[in-house]
Design a protein around this ligand. Structure first.
Ligand code: ADP
Length: 406
């Protein structure tokens, strides 16, 4: 043992949460009271320098060069056993699955049928669902008989009405191919609903809010009486707000224009997903904290990137109000939403006409460590900062579905 002492004690069992990204693998281990025991990050999978670390343990988990998701998962699980974090098979394993199409309106237990349905959704998320399936297949063979649960990014938004999910395209695209807006970050937005209801002392089904999840990916959702009724991401997680390296909304006419400049399909995909957003605008970084520092040092393009980010967000907050019958709170979450008083202040400064007003002291005081109100007495609506915890939600769903009668 080289790392910190694993928290074993009176543990009755563990829940394992698996989140396979395109080149990353994140694992989290929870006890049955949903306290996090350990987390693991494997990066640069399928590349020469693939690495994996258990948080707080200086000894890396040895991985083969160009480790696949399956190889990384096997190595990490073995290390969790060898180093004492796991002593027996988990009680349940929860998987983050990006796209559930229209098939999945909530989390499900994975069996052969649901596995095939997840595979069928892969055409809607070709970068994500196949690696999510690799994680599912690996843990099913490592832990046969342990309940496996899929929790979908899209599921919470399946309550969107047609007026919000239809694109103004020929309807046959929707009917034949499922071309529509699905929305993502559903686990985080659903968590904002329950936490907002708790903070305001109301029932979730009576709570209406606008939830702004601002991390590397950014999306906003309008939640009316407990149901998602509008959101900024669409068929894919590219639509909507300005993100770290994703453009968010652009004029589709751009594609024809760039073709005349010799920019083909593959390059366009890379530009819109990897070279745009904060990174494209600033020319420096996709990281908001870095851009705030650079802007403070007088770097103009970074200040412009922040301006575009905040203005787009403010416009979307205004737009989301058209979907709501009432508003109990505007909520900020995600790495930027939780930590950056500056971004919250600058965004809300454009929304005075709608009645939002922020209190500078409360705005500075609240962050990742402390949930709370940041509006001033003059604000028409409460404004909250709430730290998201998607892994914990997935662990909770896994426990619920693995032990349905308790
Ligand atoms: P992910 O979407 O990958 O989970 P996070 O939710 O952790 O990412 O958000 C990452 C973003 O949060 C980065 O842009 C980071 O710079 C930003 N962030 C974290 N702390 C701060 C801060 N104090 N000020 C501004 N931005 C911050």
């Amino acid at each position: 043992m080289t790392g910190p002492e694993p928290a074993s004690g009176d543990r009755q069992g563990t829940l394992l949460v698996v989140n396979c990204g395109s080149s990353t693998l994140k694992l989290a281990l929870f006890d049955l009271r949903l306290h996090k025991i350990a987390s693991v990050l494997a990066e640069k999978l399928e590349q020469f320098q693939a690495t994996a670390h258990i948080q707080g343990d200086p000894a890396p988990v040895p991985l083969p060069s160009h480790a696949s998701h399956r190889q990384a998962l096997e190595a990490v699980i073995q290390a969790l056993f060898e180093r004492g974090w796991l002593t027996q098979a988990p009680v349940a394993i929860g998987h983050r699955v990006v796209h559930g199409g229209e098939r999945f309106r909530q989390a499900v237990r994975i069996d052969d049928r649901t596995r095939e349905a997840i595979a069928d959704c892969a055409s809607l998320a070709p970068l994500h669902n196949p690696v999510n399936l690799a994680g599912i297949d690996s843990t099913r063979s490592l832990f046969p008989g342990v309940p496996q649960i899929a929790v979908f990014d899209t599921a919470f938004h399946q309550t969107l009405p047609p007026r919000a999910f239809l694109y103004a395209l020929p309807q046959r695209f929707y009917r034949q191919w499922g071309v529509r807006r699905y929305g993502f970050h559903g686990t985080s937005h659903a968590f904002m609903l329950t936490e907002t209801a708790r903070l305001l002392g109301q029932l979730p089904e009576q709570t209406s809010l606008i939830s702004a999840h601002l991390g590397n990916g950014c999306s906003i959702a309008a939640i009316d009486h407990g149901h998602s009724v509008d959101t900024s991401m669409g068929l894919t997680p590219l639509e909507g707000l300005v993100m770290g390296s994703r453009s968010g909304d652009v004029d589709p006419g751009l594609f024809d224009f760039l073709k005349t400049k010799g920019i083909g399909q593959d390059e366009l995909h890379r530009i819109l997903n990897e070279q745009s957003g904060l990174l494209g605008l600033s020319g420096q970084s996709n990281d908001m904290r870095t851009l705030c520092e650079l802007a403070d040092q007088g770097h103009e393009a970074s200040a412009t990137a922040i301006d575009v980010f905040c203005f787009r967000l403010a416009r979307y907050i205004g737009a989301m109000m058209a979907s709501l019958r009432r508003l109990d709170a505007l909520v900020f979450t995600g790495g930027i939403g939780e930590n950056s008083a500056r971004i919250r202040r600058q965004t809300l400064a454009s929304l005075g006409l709608l009645g939002f007003a922020v209190d500078p002291e409360r705005n500075s005081a609240h962050g990742r460590q402390s949930h709370g109100h940041i509006e001033s007495g003059a604000s028409r609506f409460p404004v909250l900062v709430i730290a998201t915890d998607e892994e914990r939600v997935i662990a909770g769903e896994s426990l619920r579905l693995a032990t349905p009668h308790t």
